[in-house]
Write a protein that binds this ligand. Structure first.
Ligand code: AHG
Ligand code: MN
Ligand code: MN
Length: 363
């Protein structure tokens, strides 16, 4: 396809909207605002240590966010870019972000709209210092009816909707090229930023995650904290051709979940940041509302599967804005296998009979 024939993100969104003649265009306007925030973040990231906005990329902002993590200056700048780009347009009832403890209220100077925007402004920010890909992740929800009708301030409970209710979700990836990957509930489309035009152009019209894979991603330094089904799955992958799986597996760990998701969308694979026993106050590392749900939505829209390991991710009813959760996603057959292992009675790890429930050693 000649370059000039590739639709821009705007053209793609107009075409998608034609499926819903009654649609007002607000969702499209919101998505374009998000894409502009992502372009601005891409530029800020690209300046690296040279800094833009007066801040070198790797410098810490000094502050600690609600997750207890030290914010990088770029975390804060990226958060600001999302807020400043999306707040004025009249499409939003409120926002929530990894970098903001509480829901963000649309200032009274601006009209309020019907959507909620939830985002991780910079995912993988520990990779900024080492010039490895980072990205932004976003989820769009409909605000509850009474919020839309009354225009009242949003509260945490308004955001606690299962991932299946997302209206759209996507991410931008700031790698060797900047990409914008999006689903409005009709498959997944990938756009590449044309640096000459400053426009996202459709380069990956219908992304599909292959159902099978022999590539997995997990932080193995946590293996002593894994639950038995995860240990079993990884052991079987590592056993390779002569093990129960009968084939060799390859492993990757980028430590930018958004980049792992992109690799899996491009060529399949399975990603796990499962629930573990490392810190009982944290049931998993990644956050449900602005990491697991939007990535889960994209992966499922591309024919893959996203799960807590025990149940479909998109069915989980959130309990708090910054809730953490175990996350497994990627090629459908592998994710289903991992879920099966979680549901099977633990045979391999079963306690030795003497120490079992009715053993001699229990009173
Ligand atoms: P964030 O930078 O938004 O806090 O997210 C980082 C996440 C995720 O992107 C990545 O997969 C994971 O943290 C890396 O975890 P490890 O440090 O355990 O490798
Ligand atoms: Mn993140
Ligand atoms: Mn982040």
């Amino acid at each position: 396809m000649p370059l000039s024939k590739r639709p821009t993100l705007t053209q793609y969104l107009i075409e998608q909207r034609r499926r819903f003649p009654q649609a007002s265009g607000e969702l499209n306007a919101l998505l374009l605002d998000v894409s502009i925030a992502c372009k601005a973040i891409a530029r800020a990231v690209a300046f690296g240590e040279l800094g833009q906005h007066g801040v070198p990329a790797a410098k810490t902002g000094g502050a600690v966010n609600v997750q207890g993590e030290v914010q990088k200056a770029l975390d804060v700048v990226s958060n600001h870019m999302f807020v400043a780009t999306a707040e004025w347009s009249g499409n939003l009832a409120g926002m929530a972000s990894e970098e903001m403890d509480d829901p963000y209220q649309i200032p009274r100077d601006y009209p309020r709209g019907k959507y909620l925007l939830v985002f991780d402004p910079l995912d993988g920010s520990s990779n900024i210092d080492v010039n490895v890909s980072v990205g932004s992740i976003f989820s769009i929800l409909r605000a509850p009816a009474d919020v839309i009708e009354s225009g009242r301030d949003v509260v945490e409970a308004d955001f606690l909707q299962p991932g299946a209710t997302q209206v759209a979700a996507g991410y931008a990836l700031y790698g060797p090229v900047t990409m914008f990957v999006l689903s409005v509930g009709n498959g997944v489309a990938g756009f590449t930023l044309d640096p000459n035009l400053g426009e996202f152009k459709l380069t990956h019209p219908s992304i599909q995650v292959p159902a099978d894979t022999s590539e997995f991603a997990i932080n193995t330094s946590n293996s002593r904290f894994w639950e038995p089904p995860v240990k079993r799955y990884v052991d079987e992958c590592l056993a390779g051709r002569t093990g129960p799986r009968g084939k060799d597996f390859n492993m990757r760990w980028i430590a930018s979940m958004v980049a792992e998701a992109h690799r899996i969308l491009m060529r399949g694979g399975v990603f796990m940041y499962p629930r573990d026993t490392k810190d009982p106050s944290k049931p998993g590392r990644l956050r449900l509302l602005y990491e697991a749900n939007p990535i889960g939505y994209i992966i499922e829209q591309a024919g893959g599967r996203a799960s807590t390991g025990r149940q479909p991710m998109l069915g989980v009813k959130p309990s708090s804005l910054h809730q953490r959760i175990g996350l497994v996603f990627g090629s459908r057959n592998e994710v289903e296998r991992i879920e099966r292992y979680h549901h099977e009675p633990a045979t391999r790890e079963a306690p030795a009979p003497l120490f079992a429930e009715r053993s001699l050693f229990r009173d």
